[in-house]
Design a protein around this ligand. Structure first.
Ligand code: GRF
Length: 209
């Protein structure tokens, strides 16, 4: 990806389905210039009640709602893709987007879709990763930001942040501490991708500087 510049900021398309705390952390990083040369082009939800959608509206950002319930995946994704294109999106950010993407959607945006997952992948893909990790008894937990490919929670890893699991932890306290790491990790990963200073060797994301 070409490095983003003040004249040509990287335009993000945020996809979410829920409370949107990761989206808000990214928006705050942009506001405080921790994430320079990046802007949010559009926030799209597939769920009408998503808190993140209301937050985006409150921030005055462009938003769109494409309800996915009851629709064929490929048709719904075609609408979302058209909206992303209309808004000249460079990079798609999945921020708690609870909908599998169609192969067509992923193929249309190779290494242009990022996801955050609340475990140290490849451990504990899928739903409730923090509870899975807690119940398994791991001593180190964390989160992963990765490019999205056609398989669930599987694409090339950009970065991970790890924390110890404490004896006094509950699944809830562990989830809360992982979420703090997520908010740091996502902005850092977007900054790395926006810099364009990386190459991909097989499954490995390598920083050039
Ligand atoms: C986060 O835990 C993220 O890792 C997972 O979905 C959750 C979304 O939370 N993919 P939020 O909506 O960003 O608060």
């Amino acid at each position: 990806m070409q490095p983003s510049t003040p004249n040509k900021p990287l335009r993000l398309g945020i996809l979410l389905s829920g409370r949107g705390s990761n989206f808000l952390a990214i928006a705050e990083s942009i506001r405080t210039k921790k994430l320079p040369n990046v802007e949010i082009a559009i926030v799209i939800s597939n769920v009408p009640e998503a808190g993140g959608l209301t937050s985006a509206q409150d921030l005055g950002l462009p938003t769109a709602l494409f309800v996915s319930k009851g629709r064929k995946r490929a048709e719904h994704d075609a609408d979302v893709l058209a909206c992303l294109r209309d808004h000249n999106v460079d990079l798609v950010i999945l921020a708690g987007y609870l909908r599998l993407l169609s192969p067509e959607f992923v193929a249309a945006l190779p290494n242009r879709i990022l996801n955050i997952h609340p475990s140290l992948l490849p451990a504990f893909p899928g739903l409730d990763a923090q509870h899975q990790a807690f119940d398994y008894g791991v001593k180190i937990a964390g989160c992963t930001v990765h490019f999205v490919d056609e398989h669930l929670d599987h694409g090339i890893i950009i970065l991970q942040r790890a924390i110890p699991v404490l004896d006094k932890d509950t699944a809830e306290s562990l989830s809360a501490r992982i979420l703090i790491e997520e908010h740091l990790a996502y902005s850092e990963a977007i900054a790395r991708v926006a810099s364009g200073q990386y190459e991909i060797q097989s499954r490995r994301y390598i920083k050039k500087i």
